[in-house]
Design a protein around this ligand. Sequence first.
Ligand SMILES: [Zn+2]
Ligand SMILES: [Zn+2]
Length: 526
Amino acid sequence: MGKDQQYYHWTDVIADKIIRVKGDKDKYIIQSGITPSGTIHLGGFREVITADLIRRALEKRGKNVEFLYIWDDYDVLRKVPVNLPKQDMIQEHLRKPVFRVPDPYGCHETYALHFEKEFEEDNKAVGMKATFVYSHERYLKCEFAEEIKTALEHTAEIKTILNEYRRKPLNDDWLPIFVFCAKCHFDKVSKIEWKKGYDVSYECECGHKDTIDFRKDGIVTLRWRVDWPMRWHHNKVDFETAGKDHFAAGGSVDTGLKIQRQVYKTEPPVGVDTKDFYEWIGIKGRGQFASSTGNVVTLREMLEVYEPEIVRYLFAGTRPNREFSISFDVDVLALYEEFDRVERVYFGLETVNEKKTQQMKVAYELAAISKIPDHMPYQPSYRHLTMLLQIYDFDIDKVIGYFESQLKSDFDKNRLRTRAACAANWIKKYAPEDFKFTVQETCQVTVPEEGKKILHELAAKLEEREWTDKELHEEMYVLCTNHEYPSKDFFKLAYNVLVNKDKGPRLASFILEIGKGNVAALFTSV
Ligand SMILES: [Zn+2]
Ligand SMILES: [Zn+2]
């Protein structure tokens, strides 16, 4: 295959761009960040997973990478999210930094930590490797004192940059900093003045006023539009991306790039500088995410029905600048089948053309959470699991027992347990009615005489010998022909007796899964 036909995954394209722009370095810094002002939904996750996939691509090139995940927990809480308990309590703490607000659930030290830990755990489950940085700790330690001073010294320049895109220019007394009251911790502060050097004075609504040295008091922060480029500079970030709204003309990316170059005199990260933004994601059938309407899905909800590898596979499979939708309907089954196929291609058990093979191999590697097994793992079919789980009344251990002899490694066992749990959740939460059934212990319907005869005969046949799927399937048609009974009516009748519904899983295999003895007993009883 010629070089021009070489397949490049989007993560390879960006990784090569980072190396080209930033040069050969001992260590590359990837950064991402979010304000933990509530449950982080999949929009926020897209940013993280995009960064993490690029980390993998750099590591594949033998590079040393650190992924800094910045929790912007020194940001103020601006409104009370609708879905949280203790609304009144949260209301009282509005306009405080999120790390100063108590956890409404009472299980963590702070509001911020609750959402941070929830997201961190779920991200570990999908194989993300990041250094979590809690902004408030850095600020309280006055780590950015020099950069704050630099920003203050360049106030006029920063104002010019920001005013370029503003209809109403910033006030004359505008400063690139903000102060949280040391006494009440709210942001209801006014008359902020920069005295000289590191000294700032302020007055608070609560009556407190003070002059502080921001090398000693970590209550001074940079305003968001300055804070972001300051961090690119301070952390020497090589790659950072953001949602497309930040990339609007005159948006925080435009002004941030100028501020980093003109004020901090360093070069911005690839990503923001190269306009590699990420797009929105939606939920199939429910449109785009919108926090305001509660139309959001979290990573945790996604992990309820998707194995972590498949979550990675899904995000790796779509370029970040393309929109896509997450499905919770029957597409889930198709996606599992697709992933299993990719795995078979990876292990050479199925062949596709050369280009597709390359694509699938890269996708499979990016999807892996841990070391890829040496041998092809066992692939329990998701569809099959949805049937078994219902036959075994959602007893996952029984379902695992069913596959026991097929499992060769811990990887196989873990996958089966995860996949079975996902399939169980899917049936309970999302499966269409067609997929749901309960095997009946006694027949709930009235069976016509001719129907009874054919069911009794089938029961006898079942007891007679062992059957394969295919043989049993054919045998049922023979019975129908012999009795001059329309096969369509027969299947409907059988499902009604078995699950009290007109339809169900493929009948022959379904009967064998339930156990031919049980089915024979039920059919005989009609
Ligand atoms: Zn909590
Ligand atoms: Zn105060």
